[in-house]
Design a protein around this ligand. Sequence first.
Ligand code: SAH
Length: 375
Amino acid sequence: MSDAAPSPESLPAKPAVDIASLSLAALTLWVKDELGEKAFRAPQIFRWIHQRGAVDFAEMTDLSKDMRAKLAASARIGRVEKDLEQRSVDGTVKYRFRTHDNKLIESVYMPSADRKTLCVSTQVGCAMACTFCMTGTLGLKRNLTAGEIVAQVHAVNREIRREEGLQIYRPLTNLVFMGMGEPLHNFENLKTALGILEAEEGPNFSHRHITVSTVGLVPMIERFGAETRVKLAISLNASNDEQRSKMMPVNRKWNIAALMDACRKFPLRQGRRITFEYVLLSGVNDTDEDAARLIELMRDLPAKVNLIPYNENPGLGFQTTVEKRAEEFRDLLDRGHVAAFIRQNRGRDIAGACGQLANVDGPKPAEALQGPELP
Ligand code: SAH
């Protein structure tokens, strides 16, 4: 290694702005102030990226060659590249994407008769360290940018269009933020991404068709309610603090009482309920007493409980509740007037199910070559 100071020519140019991470308002400012172009160019560029899924300025054929060259010189379109695709027997597809700095993230496509849902990641890894979750074992590598969050949606739309021979730009109908990471731990980027996804000049998703799930970062739940319009899901997973603190370290900071308080204050839109996710762990949180406590917690809340059969992860030491007991547990909740559903388990055979996203399957050429990341 040379210790000579770099010559001016070898200094990197001003880093290109990732314009896929900008809201339409921010892009408009950038187009005027940085690019020196008219404001009306912004929605044009925005539509190319977020409606048609353009990944290169060369595709923007209604912009002059000059303007495309100018754009290419000062901006980039943040994107993710498909790295691996795994198909489940039930139709679920797990996509693994590579970011520009060689990080791996996963998104899970779940088609059904009446909707096409994508489960989106918001971080590389996760800092929450829930003891039963595979992503939790990775630790947090970094936040995804708004552009990288949205790019998962564009990339999967592109795959579906190609595969199903569809002409429409946006075959996906529903989004759930239940992939890798804790969405409310990356709130600013999440919020920008939601704005882009809901934009009329963009993919134009309805807020009714978007759900964000959180481990329960209490102060952020309030901001989330005030600053976004999408639906809320809470990963409750336990019926008392002793249990929950063992499973979810976040509970040591904001316990169940604080969490339920935030839920009661949450500004629910008409007809909506908060979804509570409850992973069923055999002998841990599936007893009759658990059901009784859960009923008590849900009292007077517009809520529904999604019981998730645990997807066993080797080495984490938890077992799933057998189907018969899961049904009994649901019936107990029903009798206590709590709407409860056993969530259909999808993508298990490809480790694409809840709590199994950890990029462990398949070849990892770049990582294998480069070895572990240095601090
Ligand atoms: N961090 C957010 C978003 C991820 S959602 C959150 O936790 O809400 C992922 C869901 O899968 C959470 O409800 C989590 O409790 C659940 N989960 C984690 N590991 C699981 C596993 N092995 N089997 C079934 N569900 C799991």
